[in-house]
Design a binder for this molecule. Structure first.
Ligand code: HEC
Length: 152
């Protein structure tokens, strides 16, 4: 009996942590962005698209709902518990050659998408939950554009 109570106590004590690691979809309408279909693209399709003019604002909203609690509100700090996402494309931004820059961005986009879809599960510990099936890829790419717009 006491063992059962102890297990119950452990389960309850672990609850808040577990809840923290769950990916919760932001209440943002992905339909305001040009639709991309179910299969994830390899690179950010909105970067060169004038039709995605609202993407940065929509991405800002989605970021604050889904990512900010770990990566920092408004992507405006490097003091959050999770990495400062503004630094992700820093190397690409420094490249002057347009072709090399585009290649670098494609590589960075692939890493961004892979990380968001799979999350970061290291040695069985969830550092970041997987967003596949929770976050529409339209919102993920918009979030990336927002974060890049914050970079200096
Ligand atoms: C529960 C906390 C948490 C939430 C919520 C979260 N992340 Fe993360 N994220 C992390 C942590 C922690 C890491 C670093 C993992 C590691 O490498 O140890 C990370 C890493 C990343 C990376 C890789 C960064 C790098 O420098 O390699 C990307 C990209 C990323 N997150 C994007 C996002 C996006 C986009 C969202 C919102 C949709 C999000 N994360 C929500 C905790 C979170």
């Amino acid at each position: 009996m006491s063992r059962l109570l102890f297990s119950l106590f452990l389960a309850l004590a672990a609850l808040p942590l577990a809840a923290d690691e769950v990916a919760v979809a932001p209440a943002v309408d992905a339909g305001r962005l040009p639709p991309l279909g179910a299969a994830w693209l390899a690179a950010n399709p909105y970067r060169q698209q004038p039709a995605a003019g609202d993407a940065v604002a929509i991405g800002h909203d989605a970021y604050n709902q889904a990512c900010a609690r770990c990566h920092g509100a408004d992507a405006a700090t490097n003091a959050a518990p999770a990495p400062d996402l503004r630094k992700l494309d820093r190397a690409c931004r420094r490249i002057a050659d347009p072709e090399l820059k585009a290649w670098c961005q494609r590589d960075n986009d692939a890493y961004f998408a892979k990380t968001v879809r799979r999350g970061k599960i290291i040695l069985g510990v969830t550092h970041m939950p997987p967003w596949e099936g929770v976050l529409a890829q339209e919102l993920a790419w918009a979030i990336q554009l927002f974060v890049e717009s914050r970079a200096r």
